[in-house]
Design a protein around this ligand. Structure first.
Ligand code: PAF
Length: 516
């Protein structure tokens, strides 16, 4: 494919107007490095239907530098930049002059002001106009390039959050994708400013990611986090601390206690070079809770969502079915609490994950994957699963399975009772009319008699009422759950929606999307 080198706004416009494919945009200030290479490579992945084109801009934006900062000396290597962009798979590089981006100079241009709460912590505290300058130039570049997708690195996390909010606020018709911080083999995050470091300084700079990483590991192991200790450790390593802060990863508001799921970020000076880095503090990997009524397509969607994100899939319904099977197999009267308790005291339930995220359900060493789907179990499962002691026993098991996180659980009370601290809670539903249509289609496909739609819809409404009003673990939407109504959506669309919602809550850096 032809690689285009574009300079003027006019050249960009002509190139843009001749493209019909999806375009992903990687804005940069040049001095491209391995981190940019990964952004370009990601730009070639992020599109469902076709291989997208990637355009890279190189523009050292004066608006985001304070007079005391390094605008004049910022590394500019256009020749090597073109090579790197072309070799990484970009289709075009656009290197405009100031006039192309801000005709008549930036003084005569509208400026964007970032809300105070997003720029008053971390770097914003020390670089007062920086993020206004970034937001202004990015919105201008987006208006000129008109891409469908924007690719940013999570390395500049505060910038990423601000641009994400900018896109939301201005209602820009654009998908935002991110990639984790890319690090050199020695752990130092790639940055164009690393070019400034002498070899002795670079040696010293290595303690920066190490110290943050140790703090994260200690936090995970249950040790308290001390910002003061981190600061003094950085200072001891000859790194002059600008800030070390803990903030909420998305609101960027300072977090003092309850540090679970927060961002630990710092800026230091190594010699004359300013470096930033961060780490996410997490006690466990992320958990997704998917609840919703019967017939909303939960299982199919959850399985596919789990597969795409590499999460463990936990079908809690299958666990209730397995216990129901065991109670039936042990010839226990379903209303005899004492007997049920005995069964529950002794049972051993294993859920094994196959390569394709199909679950193998093993109870007391017997594989009951097929048996638990029998009509007899189906008939009995709602009676068994509403018993408090069954509920308590299985909730405990499910919580044990989620101790390390990295899973998506599907059921009726996941977001309310099992994992109330899940990072993402979804209430997946569809109107009773839609669910009746799906049920009719399913019956038809399986060769069964199809009752009139009205009858099916009434049955569904009745079941919803029973599920929502039962005393123990009723079907409830958690107050912080996001409702997804799947009417007129196919499975791919629902899964894509869930992945987008997941990405609004979980950085790539915390749980990267696996790519084959
Ligand atoms: O991250 C950068 O390189 C710059 O801040 C950006 C987004 C290209 C805006 O100038």
């Amino acid at each position: 494919m032809k690689f285009s080198i574009l300079k003027t706004e006019e050249e960009l416009r002509r190139w843009r107007n001749s493209q019909s494919r999806w375009i992903n945009f990687v804005p940069t200030m040049g001095a491209l490095h391995v981190g940019h290479k990964e952004l370009i490579k990601a730009g070639k992945r992020f599109c469902k239907n076709e291989e997208p084109l990637v355009i890279v801009s190189i523009f050292v934006n004066p608006l985001q530098f304070a007079p005391t900062e390094d605008f004049a000396t910022y590394p500019r290597n256009f020749e090597t930049d073109y090579q790197l962009a072309a070799n990484s798979g970009a289709s075009a590089i656009w290197a405009p002059e100031l006039d192309d981006v801000f005709p008549k100079g930036h003084e005569s241009h509208f400026k964007i002001e970032v809300p105070k709460q997003l720029r008053s912590s971390l770097c914003g505290k020390f670089r007062s106009n920086h993020f206004n300058g970034v937001a202004t130039v990015v919105s201008r570049l987006l208006a000129l390039v008109r891409p469908q997708g924007l690719i940013l690195g999570e390395k500049d996390w505060q910038q990423f959050v601000i641009i994400k909010e900018l896109i939301k606020n201005l209602n820009l018709d654009l998908k935002l994708f991110s990639i984790p911080t890319i690090r050199d083999h020695d752990g130092l995050a790639y940055s164009s400013r690393n070019n400034y470091l002498t070899s002795i300084e670079r040696e010293k700079a290595l303690s920066f990611p190490k110290i943050l990483n140790n703090a994260t590991e200690n936090f995970k192991a249950g040790k308290p986090l001390s910002l003061k200790d981190i600061e003094s450790e950085l200072n001891q390593n000859d790194l002059q601390v600008e800030y070390v802060e803990t903030v909420h990863p998305f609101s960027l508001e300072p977090v003092k206690d309850n540090l679970d799921s927060c961002l630990l970020a710092a800026a230091v000076k190594c010699g004359e070079t300013r470096l930033i880095d961060h780490a996410f503090l997490m006690k466990r990997n992320p958990i997704v809770a998917i609840d919703g009524p019967a017939g909303a397509g939960k299982s199919t969607v959850t399985k596919e969502f789990a597969r795409k994100l590499g999460l463990i899939y936990l079908d809690t319904g299958a666990m209730y079915r397995a216990v129901t099977w065991l109670i039936k197999d042990s010839r226990v009267d379903p209303s005899d609490n004492k007997q049920i308790l005995k069964v529950l005291e002794e049972f051993k339930l294993e859920i094994k994950q196959s390569q394709y995220n199909e679950q193998q359900v093993i109870i007391n060493n017997k594989d009951v994957t097929v048996e638990i789907r029998s009509p007899e179990v189906t008939e009995l499962v709602s009676i068994i699963s509403k018993q408090r002691l069954v509920r308590e026993a299985l909730t405990k098991q499910q919580q044990d399975m989620g101790l390390n996180g990295g899973l998506v659980a599907e059921g009726r009370d996941i977001g309310t009772a099992v994992f109330p601290n899940a990072e993402l809670k979804i209430f997946l539903t569809a109107t009773s009319k839609e669910r009746a249509q799906r049920r009719a289609l399913d019956l038809k496909e399986r060769g069964f008699h199809v009752p009139p739609l009205e009858e099916l819809e009434n049955e569904i409404k009745k079941r919803d009422a029973i599920d929502s009003n039962r005393e123990i673990s009723p079907l409830l939407k958690a107050t912080d759950a996001i409702e997804v109504i799947t009417d007129n959506m196919d499975i791919v669309e629902v899964v894509d929606t869930l992945i987008e919602l997941f990405r609004l809550k979980v950085p790539e850096e915390v749980w990267p999307t696996p790519y084959s």
